[in-house]
Design a protein around this ligand. Structure first.
Ligand code: NDP
Length: 294
């Protein structure tokens, strides 16, 4: 069997077009332009690329974007003061602090300083708690993009055995929570899976992943998931972005696994473009939520 390739890039393009239309209509009605403020600390080359692509996507969809830069050796108080200013600024609807931060800055403290209504990455404890309770305000962009991909390609999650490899706060944990919940913003078919979460201390990883109807790999290790770890016909979602020489590769051994899986996302062109699209979705939603009576 050769797997169907799930074209995340094309689906992200559809979502971005829908969001551009929706933004234009909302702007015309309310006279407000949704605005994302990105904060970049230091000059990490990958972070520069990510922030630039998020800004470009904002502009293409008719959203405004701001970039606030601080030096890599900035004091924590300077970053907290910048976030406090952006929290107060009514023209800013979403705030994004690009990760990773330099090690002297306390990530949790910084992310929790963002006002929960402006937390378009959905990393604030309040927004994470709401997802756990099945009443989300914002959904984190990468897992939300994956749910959109599954929904838009007609893949039902409800009742399936899902295995998520990785338990990060950004991908693995919220992904597991969203798949496990009773309902989703796209209906119960996109939730209600039976979910197993694996990590670096998991014993017998392959035995567990081979049970998965839906396998999500968010590990950060190139081509880690091999064909013998995959159930024939499974849906395989590769979140990983790893640079190997000049090449970008995922956490899944794509060439071998595509011969076994039923559906698979490529890298690049799979989950990555959806992450950016869902950031636009959250920024528009943030503008709407902050201007309910405007
Ligand atoms: P983290 O490093 O925060 O988490 C990696 C997870 O993988 C951890 O839970 C870790 O376990 C687990 N892990 C590591 N080694 C093994 C192993 N041998 N067996 C089983 N589990 C293991 O990474 P992120 O979640 O932030 O990112 C994962 C990947 O996804 C990266 O390649 C990243 O670049 C990419 N990414 C892509 C995005 C996109 O838009 N496509 C967005 C965000 C991330 P433990 O907890 O025990 O350490």
């Amino acid at each position: 069997m050769v797997a169907t390739i799930l074209d995340g890039k094309a689906i992200a393009g559809d979502i971005r077009k829908e969001l551009a239309d929706e933004t234009q209509a909302w702007k015309a009605k309310r006279g407000i332009t949704p605005c994302l403020a990105a904060v970049l600390v230091g000059d990490h080359p990958a972070s520069e690329v990510y922030v630039r692509s998020k800004q470009r996507a904002c502009e293409q969809a008719g959203l405004e974007s701001q970039l606030h830069r601080l030096p890599a050796d900035c004091r924590e108080i300077d970053l907290l003061e910048l976030i406090a200013r952006l929290n107060q600024d009514h023209a800013v609807h979403g705030i994004l602090v690009q990760l990773p931060l330099p090690s002297h800055l306390h990530e949790t403290k910084i992310l929790d300083a963002i006002h929960p209504m402006k937390d378009v990455d959905a990393f604030h404890a309040e927004n994470v708690g709401r997802i756990c309770q099945g009443r989300p305000r914002y959904l984190p962009c990468t897992p939300h993009g994956i749910v959109q991909l599954l929904h838009r390609t007609g893949i039902k999650v409800s009742g399936k055995q899902a295995v998520v490899v990785g338990r990060s706060d950004i991908v693995g944990k919220p992904m597991a929570m969203m798949l496990m919940n009773r309902d989703s913003t796209l209906g119960p078919n996109c939730a209600n899976a039976t979910v197993t979460v694996c990590h670096s201390r998991t014993a017998g990883l392959g035995d567990i992943t081979r049970q998965a109807d839906l396998l999500v790999a968010a590990i950060g290790k190139p081509r880690f998931v091999t064909a013998d770890m995959v159930k024939p016909g499974a849906v395989v979602i590769d979140v990983g972005i790893n640079r190997v020489g000049e090449q970008l590769v995922g956490d899944v051994d794509f060439e071998a696994v595509k011969e076994i899986a039923g559906h698979i996302t490529p890298v690049p062109g799979g989950v990555g473009p959806l992450t950016v699209a869902m950031l636009l979705y959250n920024t528009l939603l943030a503008a709407k939520l902050q201007n309910m009576s405007a």
